[in-house]
Design a protein around this ligand. Sequence first.
Ligand code: FES
Length: 150
Amino acid sequence: MTVCRDCCCGSPRKHPDVDHAGQVARLRAALGQAGVRVSGCLDACERSNIVVVHPMPAAGRAGARPVWLGYLLDDAVIGDLTAWVEAGGPGVAPLPEIVGWASIGSAARRASIIGVRRAASSAWSATAAPSSWSLPRNVRIGGATTADTA
Ligand code: FES
Protein backbone atom coordinates (compact mmCIF):
# COMPACT_ATOMS: atom_id res chain seq x y z
CA MET A 1 0.00 0.00 0.00
CA THR A 2 1.10 3.54 -0.68
CA VAL A 3 0.33 6.16 1.95
CA CYS A 4 0.63 9.73 0.75
CA ARG A 5 2.35 12.08 3.18
CA ASP A 6 3.28 15.43 1.74
CA CYS A 7 1.84 18.92 1.47
CA CYS A 8 -1.77 17.99 2.35
CA CYS A 9 -1.95 14.31 3.29
CA GLY A 10 -0.47 14.02 6.73
CA SER A 11 -0.46 17.77 7.24
CA PRO A 12 -1.37 18.81 10.81
CA ARG A 13 -2.04 22.29 9.44
CA LYS A 14 -4.68 21.01 7.01
CA HIS A 15 -6.02 18.23 9.23
CA PRO A 16 -5.15 19.22 12.79
CA ASP A 17 -7.37 16.65 14.50
CA VAL A 18 -5.80 13.59 12.87
CA ASP A 19 -2.93 11.54 14.27
CA HIS A 20 -1.14 11.18 10.92
CA ALA A 21 1.96 9.45 12.28
CA GLY A 22 -0.29 7.18 14.30
CA GLN A 23 -2.14 6.15 11.11
CA VAL A 24 1.08 5.10 9.43
CA ALA A 25 2.24 3.32 12.59
CA ARG A 26 -1.05 1.39 12.82
CA LEU A 27 -0.90 0.41 9.16
CA ARG A 28 2.72 -0.74 9.50
CA ALA A 29 1.98 -2.62 12.71
CA ALA A 30 -0.78 -4.52 10.93
CA LEU A 31 0.76 -4.95 7.47
CA GLY A 32 4.48 -4.83 8.14
CA GLN A 33 7.05 -2.19 7.40
CA ALA A 34 7.51 -3.39 3.82
CA GLY A 35 3.80 -3.45 3.15
CA VAL A 36 3.33 0.29 3.71
CA ARG A 37 5.26 2.73 1.57
CA VAL A 38 5.07 6.47 2.24
CA SER A 39 5.05 8.61 -0.88
CA GLY A 40 5.16 12.23 -1.90
CA CYS A 41 2.11 14.05 -3.24
CA LEU A 42 -0.08 11.93 -5.50
CA ASP A 43 -1.93 14.90 -7.01
CA ALA A 44 -5.20 14.33 -5.23
CA CYS A 45 -4.72 16.82 -2.39
CA GLU A 46 -8.35 17.88 -2.45
CA ARG A 47 -9.19 14.40 -1.16
CA SER A 48 -6.42 14.04 1.42
CA ASN A 49 -5.46 11.80 3.17
CA ILE A 50 -4.85 9.49 0.23
CA VAL A 51 -3.97 5.80 0.38
CA VAL A 52 -3.54 3.53 -2.65
CA VAL A 53 -4.01 -0.18 -2.10
CA HIS A 54 -2.21 -2.24 -4.70
CA PRO A 55 -3.41 -5.72 -5.63
CA MET A 56 -1.35 -8.75 -4.70
CA PRO A 57 0.69 -9.99 -7.70
CA ALA A 58 -1.67 -12.86 -8.58
CA ALA A 59 -4.71 -10.59 -8.35
CA GLY A 60 -2.94 -7.99 -10.48
CA ARG A 61 -2.19 -10.60 -13.14
CA ALA A 62 -5.88 -11.52 -13.07
CA GLY A 63 -6.82 -7.91 -13.77
CA ALA A 64 -7.28 -6.32 -10.35
CA ARG A 65 -6.40 -2.63 -10.28
CA PRO A 66 -5.10 -0.39 -7.49
CA VAL A 67 -7.85 1.10 -5.35
CA TRP A 68 -7.51 4.77 -4.45
CA LEU A 69 -8.94 5.85 -1.14
CA GLY A 70 -9.42 9.42 -0.01
CA TYR A 71 -10.55 11.39 3.01
CA LEU A 72 -8.88 8.88 5.34
CA LEU A 73 -9.12 11.10 8.37
CA ASP A 74 -10.96 8.78 10.73
CA ASP A 75 -9.09 6.11 12.63
CA ALA A 76 -12.16 3.87 12.45
CA VAL A 77 -11.49 3.33 8.75
CA ILE A 78 -7.92 2.17 9.36
CA GLY A 79 -9.04 -1.02 11.10
CA ASP A 80 -11.38 -2.00 8.26
CA LEU A 81 -8.75 -1.05 5.71
CA THR A 82 -6.08 -3.28 7.23
CA ALA A 83 -8.57 -6.14 7.65
CA TRP A 84 -9.46 -5.84 3.96
CA VAL A 85 -5.81 -5.90 2.88
CA GLU A 86 -5.10 -8.87 5.14
CA ALA A 87 -8.06 -10.66 3.54
CA GLY A 88 -6.48 -10.22 0.09
CA GLY A 89 -7.36 -6.65 -0.93
CA PRO A 90 -8.22 -5.60 -4.49
CA GLY A 91 -9.57 -8.36 -6.71
CA VAL A 92 -9.69 -10.90 -3.88
CA ALA A 93 -11.77 -9.65 -0.95
CA PRO A 94 -14.92 -7.56 -1.19
CA LEU A 95 -14.40 -3.91 -0.32
CA PRO A 96 -15.83 -3.24 3.18
CA GLU A 97 -18.63 -0.68 3.07
CA ILE A 98 -16.83 1.92 5.17
CA VAL A 99 -13.71 1.60 3.03
CA GLY A 100 -15.84 1.72 -0.11
CA TRP A 101 -17.09 5.16 0.91
CA ALA A 102 -13.50 6.34 0.78
CA SER A 103 -12.92 4.97 -2.73
CA ILE A 104 -12.26 7.83 -5.14
CA GLY A 105 -12.04 8.42 -8.86
CA SER A 106 -10.87 5.99 -11.44
CA ALA A 107 -8.34 3.49 -10.19
CA ALA A 108 -7.04 3.05 -13.73
CA ARG A 109 -6.52 6.78 -14.20
CA ARG A 110 -4.86 7.16 -10.83
CA ALA A 111 -2.67 4.12 -11.51
CA SER A 112 -1.58 5.68 -14.78
CA ILE A 113 -0.53 8.82 -12.88
CA ILE A 114 1.70 6.70 -10.65
CA GLY A 115 3.08 4.95 -13.74
CA VAL A 116 3.90 8.28 -15.38
CA ARG A 117 5.57 9.53 -12.20
CA ARG A 118 7.61 6.35 -11.90
CA ALA A 119 8.63 6.56 -15.55
CA ALA A 120 9.62 10.20 -15.12
CA SER A 121 11.55 9.32 -11.98
CA SER A 122 13.36 6.48 -13.77
CA ALA A 123 14.18 8.73 -16.70
CA TRP A 124 15.62 11.29 -14.34
CA SER A 125 17.67 8.61 -12.57
CA ALA A 126 18.98 7.36 -15.89
CA THR A 127 20.28 10.82 -16.74
CA ALA A 128 21.52 11.69 -13.26
CA ALA A 129 25.18 11.96 -12.55
CA PRO A 130 27.01 8.66 -12.23
CA SER A 131 28.31 7.70 -8.82
CA SER A 132 31.90 8.28 -9.92
CA TRP A 133 32.70 11.14 -12.24
CA SER A 134 35.41 10.60 -14.77
CA LEU A 135 36.96 13.89 -15.78
CA PRO A 136 39.64 14.26 -18.39
CA ARG A 137 43.07 14.53 -16.83
CA ASN A 138 45.04 17.75 -16.71
CA VAL A 139 41.97 20.00 -16.77
CA ARG A 140 42.54 23.01 -14.60
CA ILE A 141 39.93 23.56 -11.87
CA GLY A 142 40.75 26.40 -9.52
CA GLY A 143 44.30 25.89 -8.28
CA ALA A 144 44.49 22.20 -9.11
CA THR A 145 44.32 19.95 -12.13
CA THR A 146 42.18 16.86 -12.46
CA ALA A 147 45.36 14.80 -12.54
CA ASP A 148 46.01 16.04 -9.00
CA THR A 149 42.55 15.06 -7.78
CA ALA A 150 42.19 11.74 -9.58
S1 FES B 1 -0.28 15.46 -0.50
FE1 FES B 1 -1.39 13.63 -0.83
S2 FES B 1 -2.32 13.96 -2.74
FE2 FES B 1 -1.17 15.73 -2.42
